[in-house]
Design a protein around this ligand. Structure first.
Ligand code: FAD
Ligand code: NAP
Length: 528
């Protein structure tokens, strides 16, 4: 049986950086990856239009100044193939592949308390052991396929945006149905509509989307950022979501309508996620938030020509409570003759039929069905592995009422196991590459500390864990996130999943807490 200091599960941006960092500190490290290549999200999500919605100059690693300087992004928001190229470039440049085992799914991890090690098993029946496990399994990697009646009877092709085929999908001349109108669908729909003969969009909840205003990379801007990368990164890391989002210090309610609208107008013109930072209280004050809702809905009514369709596209929820979407011509697409929008909130999908689908009102037919139905987010990929900690307790049992942990990284009863970008950390509410690097660096420092002090195990205490969960909930309770909508942040997209707001809100405050714990010699952890 192979033995490693560190086993890493997943070869997305988290697994790649964890491998590089821990290996460079002298640990023996091995990565297991289900796919046959690196890149995680960008390996799996190959649907038309897939791209980042965090500026490319930010959605990239900062651990290597040379890498930052040598890589060039072609667009403001890089398309999926280019981000995948970047992941491959990183794997080659830092010689990572030799320690990655592809086509290998980890199915079980068992903590051997006597030895203080983890025993792992892969789907092909092989076993390994490792002192530490770094779970880099991804927050948005376990796709959600709703249990529609009759799905297996569909005579045509079924595709999921999160597991898109690697070969070209030709939709020319096809009659396509797509279920879902979240970020993935919103990126795909304009391009699907161009290719397909007819596109029917099944929408359960309308989403807010801000135009990306994507463009070729402004070379002068790129030069400026490259000349000032450390300062640019340092400034962004002090911001709420670790983004260059120009946060406003002003309440939306402080201004007269005209002044407020002018600010929204400017943010709409700039495009993208910084729209959420137009005012300082959009995430916490319902009345303030309503001003943003009204602004975006007015835009939708302006763009979409048919008033009835426009009304269907206007979200009725809190803006930003579900993840804000970023698009190129999404609302405009509903002006096309070959696109139909079907509201499946009033008349839910009853079943998938051989020819299409049936709602409570009507039958629809198509030959290709695209599920843009998202992911079992944040906990799905972790709980898909049979993880058994101390005394035979499984993570599934421990988290049956929702995830509990300390710092979003470590779980009481599960020593030496780290969840990168786990629930309870800023994770999906931050620029994720920044959040990933911060987590990996923190773990690396802890493992170095253990080695220097001849200690073998580290475990979050039950008290630290309880207090952390209380803190995560307490912070969220001052915002509109937990109650403002049915988001995947609270597990509401998966039937039966416990409803708990999972991420830690506030990137810089979180980092300060992690750093303080390191500086104080790891209070809240038992080192032995
Ligand atoms: P992933 O990239 O999800 O990688 C996890 C890897 O673990 C996968 O390759 C998976 O195959 C592997 N794995 C899982 N379980 C096992 C197992 N049991 N055994 C072996 N291997 C396993 N974030 C942003 O900050 N900005 C963006 O613009 C942005 N855009 C996104 C667009 C899309 C379409 C999606 C789905 C997500 C986006 N995200 C974005 C979030 C994105 O997931 C993260 O930015 C980041 O790529 C996550 O990296 P990761 O390594 O943590 O996880
Ligand atoms: P998502 O946001 O969860 O959207 C899933 C969509 O499917 C929703 O519209 C949902 O409706 C619908 N749906 C799910 N089950 C359904 C059912 N049984 N019947 C009808 N409709 C159903 O998933 P996603 O679009 O894949 O995005 C997930 C996350 O990945 C994003 O929030 C974002 O963090 C990331 N992402 C980012 C980008 C980017 O721009 N860079 C692109 C894609 C994804 P309800 O809302 O009613 O549940």
């Amino acid at each position: 049986m192979k033995n490693y200091d560190v086993a890493i599960v997943g070869a997305g941006f988290a697994g790649l950086y964890a491998l590089h960092k821990l290996r460079s500190l002298g640990f023996s490290v091995h990565v297991f990856e289900t796919g046959d290549g690196v890149g995680g999200t960008w390996y799996w999500n190959r649907y038309p239009g897939a791209r980042c919605d965090v500026n490319s100059l930010e959605y990239s690693y900062q651990f290597s100044a040379a890498l930052q300087q040598e890589w060039s992004w072609s667009e403001k928001y890089a398309p999926q193939p280019e981000i995948l190229d970047y992941a491959n470039h990183v794997a080659d440049r830092f010689e990572l592949r030799k320690d990655i085992q592809f086509n290998t799914r980890v199915i079980a991890l068992l903590f051997d308390a006597k030895q203080g090690t983890w025993l792992g098993e892969t789907e092909d029946g092989n076993k390994f052991s490792a002192q530490f496990c770094v779970m880099a399994t991804g927050c948005l990697s376990k796709e959600n396929v709703p249990s529609f009646d009759g799905l297996e009877d569909f005579a045509g092709t079924v595709l999921h945006t999160g597991k898109w085929p690697h070969s070209h999908v030709n939709l020319q001349g096809k009659n396509v149905g797509i279920i879902g109108t979240g970020s993935s669908a919103i990126q795909a729909i304009p391009l699907l509509a161009e290719q397909a003969t007819a596109l029917t969009v099944f929408q359960r909840t309308a989403s807010f989307s801000i135009p990306a205003h994507n463009a070729a990379m402004d070379k002068e801007h790129e030069r400026f950022i490259k000349d000032n990368y450390p300062q640019f990164r340092a400034r962004n890391s002090q911001r709420y979501a670790a983004l260059d989002n120009h946060p406003s210090q002003v309440s939306a309610l402080e201004l007269e309508v005209a002044a407020r609208t002018a600010i929204y107008e400017a943010r709409w013109e700039d495009g993208g996620l910084p729209f959420l930072a137009s005012f300082n209280d959009l995430g916490s004050n319902l009345e303030a938030n309503q001003t943003a809702v009204d602004f975006v809905n007015a835009k939708i009514r302006e763009i979409v020509k048919d008033p009835a369709i426009a009304e269907r596209l206007c979200p009725k929820t809190v803006l930003g409570c579900k993840r804000l979407c970023v698009d190129t011509d999404y609302y405009q697409t509903f002006n096309r003759d070959n696109v139909t929008l079907v509201d499946v909130s009033a008349a839910p999908i009853e079943k998938i039929t051989a020819q299409g689908l049936r709602t409570h009102q009507k039958d629809y037919s198509f030959d290709t069905l695209i599920l843009a139905t998202g992911f079992d987010a944040m906990t799905g990929a972790l709980l898909a592995i049979d993880i058994q900690g101390r005394n035979g307790v499984t993570l599934k049992e421990k988290w049956q009422d929702g995830p509990t942990n300390f710092l979003g990284l470590t779980v009481n009863g599960f020593p030496n196991l780290f969840t990168i970008a786990g629930p309870g950390s800023p994770s999906v509410l931050a620029n994720m590459i920044v959040a990933i690097e911060q987590h990996v660096d923190w773990v690396a420092e802890l493992l170095t500390h253990l080695a220097a002090n001849r200690q073998r195990t580290v475990e979050a205490s039950a008290t630290a864990e309880r207090e952390w969960v209380e803190l995560v909930n307490e912070i969220a309770s001052h915002t509109l996130f937990p109650t403002g909508c049915n988001s995947w942040y609270i597990g509401a997209n998966i039937p039966g999943k416990p409803r708990i707001f999972m991420p830690f809100l506030g990137y810089p405050a979180y980092v300060d807490k992690c750093n303080a714990i390191t500086a104080a010699g790891y209070p809240g952890f038992e080192l032995s």
